[in-house]
Design a protein around this ligand. Sequence first.
Ligand code: NAP
Ligand code: ZN
Ligand code: ZN
Length: 347
Amino acid sequence: MTKAYAAPAAHAPLAPFELTRRAPGPHDVRIEIMYCGVCHSDLHQVRDEWGGSIFPMVPGHEIVGRVSAVGAEVSQFRVGELAGVGCMVDSCRTCPSCQDGLEQYCETTGFVGTYNAREIGTGQPTYGGYSQQIVVDEKYTLRVSDKLDPARVAPLLCAGITTWSPLREWKVGAGHRVGVMGLGGLGHMGVKLAVALGAEVTVLSTSPGKEADAKALGAHKFVVTKDAEQLKAVNGYFDFILNTVSAPLDLASYLNLLRRDGTMILLGVPPEAPQVHAFNLIGRRRRIAGSLIGGIAETQEMLDFCAEHNIMSDIELINVQDIDAAYERMLKGDVKYRFVIDVASLG
Ligand code: NAP
Ligand code: ZN
Ligand code: ZN
């Protein structure tokens, strides 16, 4: 039996839960989970804001732990090493996207989420990282450097890769002006990674109190988006905006911050669809794009980059029993800048 914390139903508080992980197959790695980050997607899904949630749900897709068993065919991992698991644990492996190392865009089965999904073949629900142990195919398991603090590495497995993937896809670097909308889990990693890639970074925040933190994270500028004057000053300014906002907002006014040919990349997934008028785009040939987490190979690339550049998440370590309070604080934008569950608190 593996101890876990689960949401029994939408809107119900999380509670202790026990589950059985499969015995490691020939290609599997078993990981004793040490830390699991708390993503806003956990909250959206626990509250069934996107629809179709599977209960009971054990959330958690920012997992770092230590390998405790490997199958006979496993070649990349040894018992005792650190390992990570992000947002997916499987996909079809044969479609063009899977072949391209972009398993998150799997075209046949879709990617199998680390939780709130069903295993290919068995149809069993997947359970995430708010638990003591997980068993994952080595192809979907990440190598984690022991040079970094594992608690602070955990959020890289979603917040890190979700901001890294578009920065790399759009080749963001020196000479680019990047706006990061929303300074939460994704946002603070977006700032660190865009700065490390050489871009000029501006945080676009609704929280005036986050300015000093934004600068400490490496941001060059800070704009309070509720202040019309400050917003006007960056009209037509950005090459790229990473939009990490989790709540509905007036997208049109933010599109005006893009210069000609600028691109807003949607990362946040508010339950409601945004309103956009063609005029917000056509006058300056602006683009709206979206990006979903990242593939396994680029996740490894990001983890290796972070190990090399000493980049980690800024975290608040919590016990699993405090998860509902953490969700409430997250809803208020009061996260500095990622909650991480100390899985030892499962007892
Ligand atoms: P988070 O830590 O809660 O951060 C979201 C930030 O958005 C807040 O800190 C706040 O920043 C800002 N915000 C919140 N409410 C707002 C409002 N009403 N108006 C304007 N700004 C608001 O969440 P997260 O974990 O970073 O996740 C952000 C979103 O990305 C979620 O919707 C999540 O589901 C989604 N996500 C998507 C992917 C993907 O693959 N695309 C992956 C992971 C997560 P300020 O205080 O600075 O305004
Ligand atoms: Zn996530
Ligand atoms: Zn596929």
